[in-house]
Design a protein around this ligand. Structure first.
Ligand SMILES: *Cc1c(COP(=O)(O)O)cnc(C)c1O
Length: 234
């Protein structure tokens, strides 16, 4: 069983790495300019362990309880955990104990809580600001309104326990990802003019990683293309 799963993960991972390399070279970028974060949500720690054996070093999770348990089970693997999900304020401090990167910071209320958790754990936590790509007027999915980014960025930048590394976004479900990511590129250019060292751009998932790499994504978050389809309900 385990070896079958290992073989399946090896093949799927290789196919995704190939897609990333091709998308990067198509736009004149080096393949290793794009970091793959494998999103392991809904899949067991045993899969994370197999992935680590295949060379994966960056993993993403979107629910605190599941992430915390998996990070503890896999503590010997030296992985870097990316928290990519909607973050409740009362969970933020706990997330800062195991997450190397919190990608989903979308409001100022999270900042002091993340800072407190990082301080308790004696570490500095990398932060990405999640920006909403929904057109104006739509009820926002997760993510800060682009107009709120400067203030949120300044808040993180002045917090010594956190390191502002860049932006994260998810293309809206009902929109052409190429158009959504083109908006993201504009938002990022503005952001970089104020925070030139915060160069990370986390965008692109199983279905749209090529479109994200085309507009400059430095990190893609890929779940189902590596692990298979997730169970509907957990
Ligand atoms: C689940 C998830 C992903 C991965 O999605 P796939 O389509 O399975 O690749 C990426 N980003 C976020 C924020 C997610 O919640």
């Amino acid at each position: 069983m385990t070896t079958d799963r290992a073989a399946e993960l090896r093949a799927r991972l290789a196919a995704v790495q190939d897609r990333i390399a091709r998308a990067a070279t198509d736009v004149g970028r080096a393949a290793d300019d794009v970091t793959l974060v494998v999103v392991t949500k809904f899949f067991p720690a045993a899969d994370v362990r197999l992935l680590a054996g295949l060379g994966v070093t960056e993993v993403g999770e979107n629910r605190h309880q599941e992430a915390e348990a998996k990070a503890a089970e896999c503590a010997d693997l030296g992985l870097r955990w990316h928290f990519i999900g909607g973050l409740q304020s009362n969970k933020a401090a706990a997330v800062a104990h195991y997450a190397g990167v919190v990608e989903s910071v979308d409001r100022a209320a999270l900042v002091p809580r993340l800072a407190r958790g990082a301080a308790d754990a004696g570490r500095v936590v990398d932060v990405l600001l999640q920006v909403s790509l929904d057109p104006p007027g739509r009820d926002h999915r997760a993510g800060a309104d682009p107009a709120m980014l400067p203030a949120l960025a300044d808040e993180v930048a002045r917090t010594p326990e956190l390191r502002l590394r860049g932006l994260m976004a998810v293309a809206p479900l009902d929109d052409d990802p190429a158009l959504a990511f083109a908006r993201l590129a504009g938002i990022r250019a503005d952001f970089l003019s104020r925070h030139p060292d915060a160069t990370v751009l986390s965008a692109g998932m199983s279905g749209d990683l090529e479109a994200a790499i085309t507009v400059g994504a430095t990190h893609v978050r890929v779940g189902s293309a590596v692990l298979g389809s997730r169970p509907e309900v957990k």
